[in-house]
Design a protein around this ligand. Structure first.
Ligand SMILES: *Cc1c(COP(=O)(O)O)cnc(C)c1O
Length: 365
């Protein structure tokens, strides 16, 4: 019997979240476009399947980090505009009709040069440094924008920046203010590309809603303050073994757990090689037969132990829910993130990238 580790991806939940995002931004600005962020294999949910569903529901744009991700989407016959966030690829953006984000002057020169050579035009977005300290035009930004605007065969379709701390409205307003200055500058020149800065958390800052928004994590069901979101990913496996052990037995590497009583210990076929963080050792929980059971001892590469002593009637092969719901109990990426000292983003990308995926479609799919 092969190891069973399955991520169930609920695409109905994705659609629900997509329309919820639409309704939130519509209340602020009616014609705001959505650039759905599907980088890192759609945060571990599978970029092709997620993008297909979003395309079907008329998403305006998809956003990926790197060229290879965009290529995968085009090869899957996804026709939707794709924003390439963090890549200097030149040839491929022409070949596959991608929209590059220009974050540096030299990159713009190369795009323009190639476009002229091929006798083609390219639409691009400009990224502006406003306080993220990562990528984007910085220094004399206006001068650089003037230079790029004069470059042949490049059309500036959009201007963007990225919030570094969207939870902080005051700091975000400073970032937003800098982007607004550029908007005013270009408006005076009679140029009106579409502007965007908001990620998921930024959706709750009214002044961060320009002409487009770039939600990522919220599409997959996570946000601090949104009623009605549904989580898309759950993760399940099956109990590999059950062992009856006496009091005072050490469990797993480093003897970090010693049984305190006669115990029933479950062995679960998931470990840090599957993205189940070692930090969860002696801190986390799993769900079995509708009950929360504690992770005991150190998480191994492929295995993790749980304490089943208080459960009745457990059997080898029983379903173990690592993330998801069972009866009244629930474990979310937030919970796992707390145990592992990280954020739901890392939990979803780590767990989602390793498990086999099963997609749940809605009735009309
Ligand atoms: C990842 C990313 C997003 C989406 O962020 P969320 O917090 O997941 O909504 C938006 N814009 C850029 C540039 C990103 O890198």
């Amino acid at each position: 019997m092969s190891r069973f580790l399955q991520a169930e991806i609920d695409l109905k939940a994705l659609i629900n979240n997509f329309y919820l995002i639409k309704s939130i931004i519509k209340r602020i600005k009616s014609h705001t476009k959505i650039i759905a962020i599907v980088k890192a294999d759609a945060y571990g949910h599978g970029a092709v399947e997620v993008s297909k569903v979003l395309e079907k529901h008329q998403v305006d744009y998809l956003g990926v980090a790197f060229y290879e991700e965009a290529l995968t989407l085009r090869e899957a016959n996804i026709k939707c505009p794709i924003l390439l966030l963090f890549d200097r690829e030149i040839e491929g953006v022409f070949k596959y009709n991608l929209t590059p984000v220009i974050f540096e002057l030299e990159q713009a020169k190369e795009l323009s040069k190639y476009a002229q050579k091929k006798g083609k035009n390219i639409s691009a977005h400009l990224k502006i440094e406003t306080g993220m300290g990562r990528l984007g035009l910085h220094g004399d930004i206006f001068k650089q924008i003037d230079t790029i605007l004069k470059m042949p065969n490049i059309r500036i379709e959009g201007i963007m920046s990225h919030l570094s701390n969207a939870e902080d409205p005051l700091w975000s307003s400073e970032q937003i203010g800098k982007l607004k200055e550029i908007k005013n500058y270009l408006t005076n020149l009679g140029i009106s590309p579409f502007f965007h800065i908001a990620n998921s958390t930024g959706l709750f800052l009214k002044n961060a809603i320009f002409d487009a928004v770039r939600p990522g994590i919220m599409l997959y069901g996570y946000s601090n303050n949104t009623e009605g979101l549904k989580t898309c990913m759950s993760l399940k496996t099956k109990l590999l073994d059950i062992r009856k052990l006496p009091k005072n037995m050490p469990i797993s590497y480093g003897k970090t757990y010693i049984t305190k009583r006669d115990s029933l210990i479950g062995v679960v076929p998931i470990g840090y090689a599957d993205g189940y963080f070692r930090r969860i050792s002696n801190r986390g929980f799993m769900l079995l037969r509708g009950k929360k059971v504690p992770v005991i001892g150190t998480v191994c590469m492929d295995l993790t132990m749980i304490d089943l002593t208080d459960l009745e009637g457990v059997k080898v092969g029983d379903e173990v829910i690592i993330m998801g719901e069972s009866d009244a109990e629930k474990i979310t990426a937030w919970d796992i993130a707390h145990w592992a000292d990280t954020i739901p983003y890392e939990v979803l990308t780590s767990l989602g990238s390793k498990a086999k995926k099963k997609y749940i479609y809605g009735g009309e799919e």
